[in-house]
Design a protein around this ligand. Sequence first.
Ligand code: S3P
Length: 431
Amino acid sequence: MNMRFEPTRGLSGELQAPPDKSVSHRAALLGAMSSEPVRIERYLNAADTNSTLEAVRALGALVELREQEVVIRGTGLREAREPDGPIDVGNAGTLLRLLPGWLAAQEGRTFTLDGDESIRRRPVDRVTEPLRLMGADLSARAGRFTPLVVRGTHLRAISYDMPVASAQVKSCVLLAALAADGATTVSEPARSRDHTERMLLRAGVGVHRNGRHVTVVNADELLLDRVRVPGDPSSAAFLITAGVLVPQSRLLIGDVGVNWTRTGFMRIVRRMQGIVLGDLEDDTGELIGEEPVSDLDVAHGALEGTVVEPEEVPLAIDELPLVALLGCFAEGETVVHGAQELRVKESDRIAGVVEGLRGLGGEIEATEDGFVVQGNGGLRGGTIDAKGDHRMAMMGAIAGLASKEGVEVLGMEAAAVSYPGFVEDLTGLCS
Ligand code: S3P
C-alpha cells in the first residue's frame, strides 16, 4: 500500500504511545515459561507480538485475549510442548532470537523456527554460538539462517563475553540460563536494553548486575503474576520527531516508557536543542524490576547537529534513522558512529536511510558503521521505498509532513509490525 504524506503545520493534541513491543514479547514468553497464569495489561496488538502469542500457543501455553488484558497460562520452565510443525516467527527478530534460549533446555523435544522473507536473511549465529557453549544442540541453514532447528538438551552455565551489544543475544542467553546448571554471566561491550533482567527480577529469579556484567541464577519456576506494558519509546520517537520538525507543533505523548536503556534518542534530541520535556529515568547502577513511564511534552524548534558515539548506539538503536532525518533539518553536521548493527535489522538500515533520504533531497553519506548528514535546510520531498521495514515506512511518513513538497511512501503497510494505529494517530494530530 502506497501512501502520500503532505507538508503540514501545527501538529497538536494529546495521545498515548502504543504499547512497547520489546516488553510485550518478553511478557508473553515469560508468561509461557511461568507455572501460574500471568495477566498482561496493554499487550501490543501488532503483527510481531501476535507472532509471539501464536508461538507460545504452539508450545502448549493457553492464551486468552480479554478486553483489557491478555492472560497466559504457561507450561512452566521445562515443559514446553513439541509442536506439530515449524514455529512461524513472521517478521519478529526478537522472537527469533529469544525463543531458542528457552527451547534449548527442553530435554528430548525438537523445535523448528522459521519466518518471512526478511527473517530468512537475518543471522541467528549470534545466538547459536553462546547456546552451543552451554551445550545446546542447534542447526541453522548455511550455519546462520532460518530454518533453525533446536533439539532440547541439558544445559550448563557459562560466562559469555558478547562480541556485540545486543539485548536480543543477552536475553537469549539469560533465558537459557534459567534452566542450566548454576549461575550464568553475560558481559556486554556496552549497555543494551534491560527489560529481560527487570522482568526476571520481578518473577523472583536471582538476577544481579555489576556494570556491564549480568548474572542469572538457575530457577525452578517463574512467579510473575502481572505485567503492565509501558508505552513504546521507539514508537513515541516518530511522534517526537514529528512534533520537533513540523513548524508550530505542540504534542503531549502520554505513558511513554522511560527506562534509561531506551531513552538514548530523547537525550540525543535534547542535545540537538529539540524541546522534549518529561522525566527520563537515570541509571543509578541498581537493577530494579519497575518499568518507569512519563508523559512527554514536545514542541517545534530549531535544531543543531550532533555526534552520536558508539556507547550511545544500543540505547537508541531503533531510532537512529530518525536521528538522520533530524540531521537533515539541523544546522551543521550530524554524525552516527559505531552503528554497524543497523545493517542486520529488518532491512540494511544504513543503506536504506541513506538512499531514502537522498531521494528526498537530503545530503547524507553512508560510512561503514553509520552515516554523516549535512543539514541543508530541510527536505524537498519525493518517494521513499520502505522495503518492508516498519521503521523506514514511518520515517518516510514523518519526512513527508515536514518536507516542502510531500512524500509518497511505498509499502506503508509495514508499519503494522509495531504500530498499527500510526497513520490514524498522525491524522488525528493534523486535524
Ligand atoms: C530488541 C533489541 C534490539 C532492537 C530490536 C528489539 C529487543 O535488537 O533493535 O528492535 O527487544 O531486545 P538488538 O538487541 O539485536 O540490537
